[in-house]
Design a protein around this ligand. Structure first.
Ligand code: SF4
Length: 74
C-alpha cells in the first residue's frame, strides 16, 4: 500500500510571525509492488498556516489568504 507523509523541505524565517517556520511537502511513496516508480509530491504547505489563519488578517500564499507574499520564495 502506498504511504503518504508530510516532510519538511525548507525552513525559513517568517517576518509575519517572527520565527522560523517549516515549508512541507506531502509525499506519496509507491507500494513495494511497484519499486521502480519515484515518490510523488501531492501538495505543499506551511506548518504554521492553520495558526496564521486564526489571526483574521491576510498572511501569505501558503495560508491561502495573500497570494502576493511568499516567505519561502527567497
Ligand atoms: S503561513 Fe505564511 S505567514 Fe504564516 S507562518 Fe507560514 S509562511 Fe509565515
Amino acid at each position: 500500500m502506498a504511504q503518504r507523509t508530510w516532510e519538511t523541505i525548507k525552513i525559513s524565517y517568517c517576518q509575519r510571525v517572527g520565527k522560523e517556520v517549516s515549508f512541507e511537502a506531502q509525499v506519496v511513496y509507491p507500494d513495494s509492488i511497484l519499486p521502480d516508480q519515484p515518490p510523488r509530491i501531492l501538495a505543499h504547505r506551511c506548518a504554521y498556516g492553520t495558526q496564521c489563519n486564526l489571526e483574521g488578517t491576510p498572511s501569505c500564499v501558503w495560508s491561502g489568504t495573500n497570494p502576493a507574499y511568499d516567505p519561502f520564495k527567497a
